[in-house]
Design a protein. Structure first.
Length: 224
């Protein structure tokens, strides 16, 4: 009876919380075609902030930074919640925790643990791009291989981050790869404000990172 009572209280709490979060939802601003990309970005950010399964992380600042309103955020995270990759935590809107299932998926798809060959090639200018011979291939260089001159500095930085990540400690490598992906998406969408914010994150990483990030440090000037 006690277990049944606790279960009932829990589901009442969940139901009331859901109603509060859905109260007076604004109109969604994201097109359906954008949801899949945003789901992956948000899921990785939750995992990165959590560092391991269980802890609650607040994502409201992340949603605001990307211009997602409450309706957008709920649509974006509906599938990860449905498939028990993450769960809502706490009473306030924006609190989430990674489940063990979600963390396993994150490790499998986004954290390269080594053990397979890495092939390095260099241009005549000495710029190195690494291609990881891995089933996950998360540290490969190149994003569209565009030749547009205005994109070259950012593209080199993206490739340098991915290259340096291969020699970095696990947590630094994961963050570097994800920042590279974020920067590539911001440059591709020509979002100057987001690009600037991500460059700030990269600089913050470099301020505490190990000596593995030699290529990236050479490309990114202080206080970018």
């Amino acid at each position: 009876m006690i277990a049944l009572f606790c279960w009932l209280i829990h589901w009442i709490y969940v139901g009331v919380r859901g109603a509060v979060h859905r109260w007076r939802l604004p109109e969604p601003s994201l097109a359906p075609g954008q949801l899949e990309l945003c789901q992956g970005q948000a899921f990785r950010e939750i995992c990165r902030r959590s560092a391991n399964p269980g802890p609650r992380v607040m994502m409201t600042d992340y949603f605001a930074e990307r211009g997602w309103n409450r309706a957008d955020a709920m649509r974006i995270l509906a599938e990860p919640i449905k498939h028990k990759m993450i769960k809502i935590k706490g009473w306030r809107f924006g609190g989430y925790g990674v489940t063990r299932k979600g963390w396993s998926e994150y490790e499998r798809k986004f954290i390269w643990t080594g053990g397979e060959g890495v092939h390095i090639s260099s241009t005549t200018g000495g710029f190195v791009v690494a291609n990881v011979n891995s089933t996950h291939a998360v540290a490969h260089g190149g994003y569209g291989n565009r030749a547009n001159a205005s994109d070259i500095p950012h593209q080199q930085l993206i490739d340098a981050l991915r290259t340096d990540a291969g020699a970095a400690m696990s947590d630094e490598g994961v963050r570097a790869r994800e920042y590279a992906d974020d920067l590539a998406a911001a440059v591709d969408s020509q979002d100057a404000d987001r690009t600037t914010r991500i460059l700030g994150r990269i600089n913050a990483l470099l301020s505490t990172a190990t000596t593995a990030f030699t290529l990236t440090r050479e490309l990114l000037p202080p206080n970018s």
